[in-house]
Design a protein around this ligand. Structure first.
Ligand SMILES: [Ca+2]
Ligand SMILES: [Ca+2]
Length: 198
């Protein structure tokens, strides 16, 4: 093979590698999964019992949410310790990271009860499928309480979320003509008014 072709092949391989890296989330996991781990996750339509693992790809399990929705969650641990901490991130802007403002949506230390609360789906979140990452760590290691990399103890589980817009399907018939500048103004159940061009 000519030197020119070899260089082209190398450039192509580098390009493919960079593309693959850019198209996936940075990895996370733990070095030891023998002790504490995430045993149960309930978030919307996700109901998942699981065992111990350093990292689990549960992205085929999907919660379907709407913008503005407040969704309750329950997460249980097994063999937990007082020093355990649970963190949750959601990639609201779908850019394959959890670094943007407000993408860390939950952080709490273990109090020997299931973790629970409500997560708000912000109106600025993008529509479609995105990633939720749940991480259990030992809070004694502060530098490991982040979305990426390996921790000494704990577990990481990734899930998917599909974000939809607020439904506007229930249109109420207008009582009279409401035509403003070539727009037909109609009443909606969830919103005050909608517009359509004549
Ligand atoms: Ca698990
Ligand atoms: Ca992001």
């Amino acid at each position: 093979m000519k030197l020119y072709n070899i260089i082209l092949l190398l450039i192509f391989n580098v390009f493919i590698s960079i593309t693959l890296i850019a198209n996936d989330y940075k990895s996370a996991g733990s070095f030891s999964n023998k002790d504490e781990f995430i045993s149960y996750v309930n978030f919307g339509s996700i109901v998942n019992h699981s065992g111990s693992s350093k990292y689990s790809d549960f992205t085929k399990k999907i919660a379907r949410l709407k913008k503005g929705q407040k969704q309750h969650f329950i997460i249980k641990l097994a063999n937990s310790l007082p020093s355990n901490k649970l963190l949750i991130w959601i990639d609201w802007n779908h850019d394959k990271d959890f670094d943007d403002k407000y993408e860390k949506v939950f952080e709490a230390k273990n109090n020997n009860k299931p973790f629970s609360g409500k997560l708000n789906v912000p109106n600025y979140s993008l529509l479609g499928k995105t990633r939720m990452r749940i991480r259990l760590v030992d809070s004694n290691f502060i530098s490991q309480c982040k979305a990426y990399g390996n921790s000494f103890y704990g577990e990481v589980e990734d899930y998917s979320i599909i974000i939809k817009n607020v439904s506007c399907t229930s249109i109420i018939k207008p009582k009279g003509n409401h035509i403003i500048n070539n727009y037909f103004v109609y009443a909606l159940k969830n919103l005050k008014y909608g517009l359509s061009m004549l």
